[in-house]
Design a protein around this ligand. Structure first.
Ligand SMILES: Cc1cc2nc3c(=O)[nH]c(=O)nc-3n(C[C@H](O)[C@H](O)[C@H](O)COP(=O)(O)OP(=O)(O)OC[C@H]3O[C@@H](n4cnc5c(N)ncnc54)[C@H](O)[C@@H]3O)c2cc1C
Length: 459
């Protein structure tokens, strides 16, 4: 007889792990399978030569659901918070300039012209309406504020989050709160203030940036431990097909594990894979999915971590790190000063700096060898941070498909996907292409998916 499970989650990145965890917590008989030999997906922390490396995400925003999850998993005491006041820098005119975050600092800063400052006041006291059609982030910033704000601040931050191009990314896809603010209040500033005041239970300040004492992977390791035997690594889903037993619809899933094929029957199939893997599987049960999913491209990114003797770095590295506008002509998108943010990231008297290369504006950069990427990052960092000697440690990790791009038309693609999915009872999607790539958003999306599935199960 074919083995049966009420729910099967495919993919054990943070999205799949959280979804499986929440389903089991709700009492749903759930299995989770992962194609690679380890859980965690792109979240990966490694200790090497006294350095604690984050090969993927460097830190995450401590949203309320994420903190609650850490509490449930018994890892809350392992959380480390980056200094809230750590300055962030942006490279302007060849020098690192501190980014002003408070309104007072913004208006006092010499980073922006009077025209840009005036554009903020014009928005705060004026009224505007967003266009009906999807608008790129770049077009939005130019329409509402200024080309200077786009160039010096918004562009670098967009490449920091999405490794993406603001000319291609959709405002309502990537930053729906800004679109909604203008739509509801006629002003981005008023809309955002109003939304902060009215959001139930919303914290008054931005959530802190967090990691764990032993790295981000603490979260996915704890989830995997909690799941125990329900999680199988080295098991890739290679085929799916619908099956109907009486009035109950479900799926027959074919797995490849240790060179053998196995079949599993499930009532609920939750795909927590990147879009290319989801498209490949869903193509087998219906037309249309592939189109919507393949329309979501990913930015390639190389993560380059370099270790230096502190006494060879002239810059005090007092801050979060810096971002680079594309017009600066560098290939690094930005750099995070890991050892300034969290303890235990580098050996005594050493500094660990992680830079990002590539993104959608420079995809060919990741075709270089690891040695070339490491040399490139050092070459570009050295003059900016007054580094006098070569790094004593280097680690390079390349992702051909790192971060999903919420490009123009993204919300339409998601709507098409959602409409299609509802025609397949028991089929669910979760992952970083649905709400936001941020880990906190993946957690919330996965919890919401688990909630929807468990409601279906208890019917
Ligand atoms: C370089 C980089 C830097 C980042 N920086 C940050 C940051 O600083 N802060 C932040 O909040 N977020 C950051 N992110 C984003 C965040 O880490 C990701 O969006 C999130 O971890 C994605 O989790 P996921 O589970 O949705 O997908 P993934 O981690 O991609 O997991 C999907 C899993 O599905 C598995 N799979 C695929 N096909 C199959 C199959 N057929 N059968 C079984 N398993 C399958 C894969 O092997 C994989 O393990 C970064 C991401 C990258 C790559």
């Amino acid at each position: 007889m074919t083995p049966h499970s009420s729910a099967l989650v495919v993919g054990a990145g943070v999205s799949g792990l959280v979804c499986a965890y929440a389903l089991r917590k709700a009492g749903v008989d759930t299995q989770i399978v992962e194609a690679s030999d380890r859980p965690g997906g792109v979240i990966r922390s490694e200790r090497r030569d006294g350095y604690l490396l984050e090969l993927g995400p460097q830190s995450f925003a401590g949203t309320a659901p994420l903190r609650q999850l850490c509490r449930e998993l018994g890892i809350e005491s392992e959380l480390l918070e980056a200094p809230r006041k750590a300055p962030r820098f942006v490279l302007v005119g060849g020098a690192l300039r501190e980014v002003p975050f408070s309104p007072l600092a913004f208006f006092a800063s010499s980073l922006f012209s009077v025209g840009t400052k005036w554009s903020i006041l014009r928005d705060a006291f004026g009224t505007s309406r967003p266009p009906e059609q999807d608008e790129s982030i770049a077009a939005f910033v130019r329409r509402k504020f200024s080309a200077e704000l786009l160039e010096k601040l918004v562009g670098p931050f967009v490449s920091g989050i999405y490794a993406g191009d603001p000319e291609q990314l959709s405002l309502r896809g990537a930053f729906p709160q800004l679109h909604e603010a203008e739509k509801s209040a006629g002003s981005v500033v008023r809309g955002m203030i109003w939304s902060a005041k009215t959001t139930k239970g919303a914290p008054q300040e931005r959530p802190a940036l967090l990691t764990f004492r032993e790295g981000n992977e603490t979260l996915t390791r704890a989830l995997a431990k909690n799941l125990g035997d329900a999680l199988r690594c080295g098991a890739e889903v290679i085929a799916i097909q619908r099956r109907t037993k009486g009035s109950v619809e479900g799926y027959e899933v074919c797995l490849s594990a240790a060179g053998r094929d196995e079949t599993l029957e499930v009532d609920h199939l939750i795909l927590a894979t990147p879009t290319n893997a989801a498209a490949e599987l869903l193509r087998q049960i219906g037309a249309g999915f592939e189109n919507a999913l393949q329309g979501i491209s990913y930015a390639p990114v190389a993560v380059v971590s370099l270790g230096y003797r502190k006494n060879t770095v002239g810059n005090a590295l007092d801050g979060f790190g810096f971002l680079v506008p594309r017009s600066a002509g560098l290939e690094i998108l930005g750099s995070v000063w890991n050892s300034s943010l969290f303890p235990g990231r580098a050996p005594e008297e050493h500094a660990l700096l992680t830079s990002f290369v590539g993104g959608t504006t420079n995809p060919q950069a990741v075709a270089r060898s690891k040695e070339e990427l490491s040399a490139l990052a050092h070459r570009e960092l050295a003059p900016l941070l007054d580094i006098k000697e070569a790094p004593v440690f280097s680690s390079v990790n390349i992702y051909q498909r790192a971060i999903p791009q919420y490009t123009l038309g993204h919300t339409d693609r998601l709507a098409a996907l959602s409409a299609l999915r509802t025609k397949y009872p028991g089929l669910w999607l979760t992952g970083n292409y649905l709400r936001s790539p941020a880990i906190g958003a993946c957690v919330e999306q996965a919890l919401a998916a688990a909630h929807a599935v468990s409601k279906g199960v208890s019917k």
